[in-house]
Design a protein around this ligand. Sequence first.
Ligand SMILES: Nc1ncnc2c1ncn2[C@@H]1O[C@H](COP(=O)(O)OP(=O)(O)O)[C@@H](O)[C@H]1O
Ligand SMILES: [Mg+2]
Length: 425
Amino acid sequence: MTTADDLFDEIFDEAGAGIERLGLRALPFTESPSGTNDTDRLRKVFTGRLNELKAVFTQLRGGDRRRILVFGRIGSGKSAFVLQVLATLQRKIPDILTVYSSLDPDSDLVTTAFIALAQALPKDDWAQTQLHQLGLATAKPQKERTTEASGSLKFFGAKLSEKSLAPGELERPAEALQQLIDRARKTYTSGVIIAIDDLDKQDPARVRRLMHDAQGTLKGQASFILTGHPIGMMGDLFTSERGLFDLQIELKDLDMPTTQKMLAKYLTSVRIKPDPSDDPKDPTDIRPFTPDAAKQFCRASRGKPRLFNRLGASVLNTAILKNATQIDLELLKEGLTASQMSRRELARLTDKENRLRTLLSERGTLSDEDILMEDLETLGFRSFNELLPLLEKLEYADLASRNELGYATEFEPLNVDLPFSEFPD
Ligand SMILES: Nc1ncnc2c1ncn2[C@@H]1O[C@H](COP(=O)(O)OP(=O)(O)O)[C@@H](O)[C@H]1O
Ligand SMILES: [Mg+2]
């Protein structure tokens, strides 16, 4: 072994020691769940949303076809929620098929559903041929498929990133999907559930068109769960596609007791020596956080799951760098500050966006009701609407947060490194 290797091995071991010093095996926090491969982790950490889960299960347990819309802001936990729903159905209902896919910006709802479903049916030769014609990777290479029994291969994930060539187009997507659903239902007699995540990654006009084009499909022989965030779709959907959904569920910020529980679950999921008295389903152990620090951490994350994960990662990393064995208020403060800085860097704000961020923290709030002409002028804008995309970018970076006040839209700065006294209870 060379000296250079030794150095990296040493760093590797040190990194492990840093985490272990905190009593943990690994970092539990992640930005977003990684599709259906993440079911195990998610099951251990998923917290709250009990009423929402109940409502969805009530709709889906009978095996009737349903259309469900899950909406909420970026990072509110839509993907996690849907994955948790699918994993539970898969466990509880024999002979049900659940598939999950994120909506590819270049694709449409029907084609995305078709691909996800076809990839979940590796034994269906017709489905595999269609995939192949679309230029997408099949469960196994086409040539081999015809000669080998195809039952042994498991095929996971329905991401378009798995394509091997530029995708072609389905000739009659709606009919092809209908046919595929019918084929799937012969094997999966309890029904087929298709979840399409991230409708919001499209512009609102396109989402409306996609929804319109998919109406027939959505009323077909499968259940659908769609997700998106309100700016991208709600205005349009509520007006033009009213009645299309059997259930519309909004994922709001979690309350503080639930957020505290969530923290305990995340930490317990990676704890080296779990406290034997701790209920794994409903743990209360928040070590290595001190009780004070845990409480302030939860306030800082405001019940927003993605922010919670971002802040958690930053705080633990800070603790590791400092060789800490516990996270007290002092260390928490440092970790939150580090996160604020890294989120600013990550966001790669332009000059204009930075000036808007400064203005937002000076004013405290900005809304379409109380925006000043002079503020707009200094930034070079004519109306609040023109500011919206920039404010949303700040929101996306967790540098601003949006409040819905009836018809008014209001943003406030999201500074997690404020003095703690300024956090609301
Ligand atoms: N109810 C929950 N319990 C535990 N972790 C959650 C919950 N909801 C979301 N998360 C986690 O928070 C992060 C952001 O959630 P995500 O589902 O990606 O949000 P969205 O899809 O709405 O943008 C992910 O790491 C996810 O696993
Ligand atoms: Mg998501």
